[in-house]
Design a protein around this ligand. Structure first.
Ligand code: ADP
Ligand code: MG
Length: 423
C-alpha cells in the first residue's frame, strides 16, 4: 500500500520536470520561476492528496518539489511551493499540523541557503548536492518524528515499522537524484541551444563583416600611401594635421587587421620554436608600456625547452593582447607577473595582475566581440587572442576578483625537448 502510493507520488513529482522540458521546446522564454513554482506547487499538492496516512501522519514525496524548486528555480518558486504546502497542511488539519508545519519549515531551510550557491558547482556535484539535501530532509523528518513520539508518547502511539521508513527514504532520495539529473539535462539542452544560435549568428555576421573589412582595407592602404607622400611636401599646420590623419588611419587599419585575424586567423608560417624565447620577446616588447603606466612587469620563466609547432607571430599577438590588458587594468604601482610551467606535452602560461579585476558578469562577457569597458578600447584584443589559442588547440581560463586582480591561464600543446634545435 505504502509502496504503491509512493510510486504514484514519484510519477507526480516527475510530471513538472517532464512538462517543463516540453514547454521550453516550444517557448523562447525559458527562465520562468513563476511557471516552475506553479508546476511544482501543483505536484506537491497532488502528492499530499495521494499520500499514505498512518495514525495521523501522511507519508508522501511532497518535499521533492519543494527542494527542487528552491535549488533550481530560486526563492520565488520555492516560496510558492512552501506556501502551498503550508496552506494545504493547515486546511487538512488534524493532530499533527504543528509537526507538519515545523518539519516543512526546517526542510526548506537548507535548500533556501543553497539557492545561489548551487550554481558555483558543476552539474554532477549539483545532482549530488540535491540528493544530500534530500537525505537531510529525511533525517530531519525521522528526528522530529522521534521527538514528537517522545512528547506525545502518553496518548499517541506510532505504528511504523522500520522497513516502511526505509522505503520512504529510499524512494524520496531516488526521486530527488533522478529529477535533479533530468533538470541538469534540460539545463544542458538550453545551454547548447543558445550556444548553437549564438555561433550561427556570429558566423553569418562574421563572414559579412570580414568581407566588408577586407574591401575597406585596400583603399585605406592606397589613401595612406598618398597621404604620406603629401605629408613629405607639407610644412606647418598642414603637416601636423596630416600626422594626425595618418595616425588615425593607422588605428583604423590595425582594427581591421585585428578583426580579419579574428574572423580567420591566418597561420602563414608554421615553425618549431621554444616557448620561453617567445615569452621573453613579448615581455621585452611590453616593458616600455608597463614602465609608462608605472606597472612592474615581472617574468619567472621556466628553464626547460618546451617546443611549440605553430605560427610564432600569431602566438606573440595573442600573448601581447592578454598581457597588454593586464597592464592596462593595473594601477600605478601594481604588478603583472608572467609564469610558465610545462610537462611532457603541454605548457601553461599564467598572466597574473594586481589590477581592478572583473565581476562575474564582466567575466562572462570576456571574449565577446567588441566588448570593452575602455574609452579608447576596441573590444577585439581578447577575442582575437582566444581565437588564435583555440586555433592552436590550446585553452584559456580566466579567474578574477574585483579589486584584487585577474589570472589568465593559457594551456598550449607542444613537446618538451632537449635543446637540439638552433634558434
Ligand atoms: P579592449 O582592451 O580594447 O577593451 P579586450 O578584448 O582586450 O578589448 O578586452 C575587453 C575588456 O575585458 C576590457 O575592456 C576590460 O574591461 C576587460 N579585461 C580584459 N582583461 C582584463 C584584465 N586582466 N583585468 C581586468 N579587466 C580585463
Ligand atoms: Mg585589449
Amino acid at each position: 500500500m505504502l509502496a504503491e502510493k509512493l510510486l504514484l507520488n514519484l510519477l507526480i513529482t516527475l510530471a513538472p520536470v517532464l512538462l517543463f522540458s516540453i514547454l521550453i521546446e516550444n517557448k523562447r522564454k525559458i527562465n520562468s520561476p513563476i511557471l516552475c513554482g506553479f508546476l511544482q506547487s501543483i505536484a506537491s499538492l497532488a502528492c499530499m492528496i495521494f499520500s499514505y496516512s498512518n495514525y495521523g501522519f501522511n507519508w508522501d514525496l511532497r518535499y521533492v518539489p519543494l527542494i527542487l524548486a528552491f535549488l533550481y528555480a530560486g526563492p520565488v518558486a520555492g516560496g510558492m511551493v512552501l506556501t502551498t504546502l503550508f496552506g494545504t497542511r493547515i486546511l487538512m488539519g488534524g493532530e499533527t499540523v504543528v509537526f507538519g508545519i515545523v518539519n516543512t519549515l526546517f526542510t526548506a531551510l537548507l535548500p533556501l541557503l543553497f539557492t545561489k550557491k548551487i550554481w558555483n558547482f558543476k552539474p554532477k556535484k549539483r545532482v549530488f548536492l540535491a540528493t544530500l539535501i534530500g537525505a537531510w530532509s529525511l533525517l530531519l523528518c525521522y528526528f522530529s518524528l522521534t521527538i514528537f513520539r517522545y512528547l506525545e508518547g502518553n496518548f499517541f502511539k506510532l505504528d511504523f515499522n522500520i522497513p516502511d521508513l526505509l522505503l520512504v527514504g529510499l524512494i524520496q532520495t531516488m526521486a530527488i537524484a533522478l529529477e535533479a539529473k533530468l533538470v541538469e539535462g534540460i539545463i544542458e539542452r538550453i545551454r547548447m541551444k543558445k550556444e548553437i544560435q549564438r555561433s550561427e549568428k556570429l558566423n553569418t555576421l562574421g563572414e559579412l563583416a570580414a568581407s566588408i573589412a577586407h574591401e575597406v582595407r585596400n583603399p585605406l592602404t592606397v589613401v595612406k600611401g598618398f597621404l604620406q607622400l603629401m605629408q613629405q611636401e607639407e610644412k606647418g599646420k598642414n603637416y601636423q594635421y596630416l600626422s594626425l590623419v595618418l595616425s588615425e588611419l593607422g588605428r583604423a587599419e590595425s582594427i581591421i587587421s585585428d578583426y580579419l585575424n579574428f574572423a580567420k586567423p591566418n597561420f602563414e608560417k608554421i615553425e618549431e620554436f621554444p616557448l620561453k624565447v617567445v615569452l621573453a620577446e613579448v615581455v621585452m616588447l611590453l616593458e616600455p608600456l608597463a614602465a609608462k603606466q608605472g606597472v612592474q612587469l615581472e617574468s619567472e620563466l621556466d628553464t626547460t625547452w618546451f617546443i611549440l609547432v605553430t605560427d610564432r607571430n600569431q602566438l606573440k599577438q595573442a600573448l601581447v593582447n592578454l598581457i597588454k590588458n593586464a597592464i592596462e587594468a593595473t594601477p600605478d604601482g601594481g604588478k603583472v607577473t608572467i609564469h610558465n610551467k610545462s610537462d611532457n606535452n603541454k605548457a601553461s602560461i599564467l598572466i597574473k595582475d594586481t589590477g581592478k579585476g572583473m565581476t562575474p558578469e564582466q567575466l562572462s562577457r570576456i571574449g565577446t566581440l567588441f566588448y570593452t569597458t575602455k574609452d579608447k578600447g576596441t573590444g577585439l584584443g581578447t577575442s582575437v587572442s582566444l581565437r588564435i589559442i583555440e586555433t592552436m588547440n590550446g585553452k584559456v581560463f580566466y579567474k578574477s576578483e574585483p579589486g584584487v586582480g585577474t589570472e589568465v591561464r593559457m594551456v598550449l600543446p607542444g613537446s618538451k625537448k632537449p635543446a637540439l634545435v638552433n634558434f
